[in-house]
Design a binder for this molecule. Structure first.
Ligand code: ATP
Length: 136
């Protein structure tokens, strides 16, 4: 599925207001391009939705919501940076290179670390609320 067209980059507009709008448009396009073709998003986005539904059902506190939202944001950000590096690597070389391998593996490792941390926090927050609900 094509979410974004990869046509020729357009130059930024001259007026400050339009320039800011243009920056947001570029950033939004970046999110869409970053998600495109990244299988991990098909796991992370549904997982984040499930966590939010369960958190709403369990009526977690504001502080717990903030922690959960922060965890989801950190994982998504790591995924987008990983995707950006993959694009950059493909632009630099299509040949097998040990440093490209290292860079891509490190970026994947960053996603893994963020995801594991988010899992631990999510499970601890939700289980902490789940036990009294199930026990009652
Ligand atoms: N040019 C390259 N040189 C050396 N190793 C590479 C190169 N391109 C990819 N790799 C290796 O292959 C792995 C997967 O590459 P890549 O991330 O491009 O594939 P992918 O299946 O699209 O990954 P993802 O599921 O994260 O999108 C990298 O982590 C790296 O180890």
């Amino acid at each position: 599925m094509v979410l974004v067209h990869h046509d020729t980059p357009v130059p930024p507009p001259a007026s400050p207001m339009r320039r800011w709008l243009w920056k947001f448009a570029c950033a939004l396009r970046g999110v869409l391009v970053g998600m495109q073709g990244q299988n991990s998003f098909y796991v992370h986005v549904p997982a984040a939705i499930v966590v939010c539904i369960v958190a709403a059902w369990l009526e977690v506190s504001l502080a717990e919501w903030l922690v959960l939202v922060l965890c989801i944001t950190v994982v998504m950000t790591a995924e987008l940076l990983n995707s950006a590096l993959e694009h950059l690597a493909r632009a630099v070389t299509r040949e097998v290179h040990p440093e490209v391998r290292n860079a891509l593996d490190i970026a994947s490792g960053a996603v893994l670390v963020a995801s594991l941390g988010a899992c631990v926090v999510g499970v601890m927050v939700l289980v902490n609320h789940w036990a009294p609900v199930v026990g009652s």
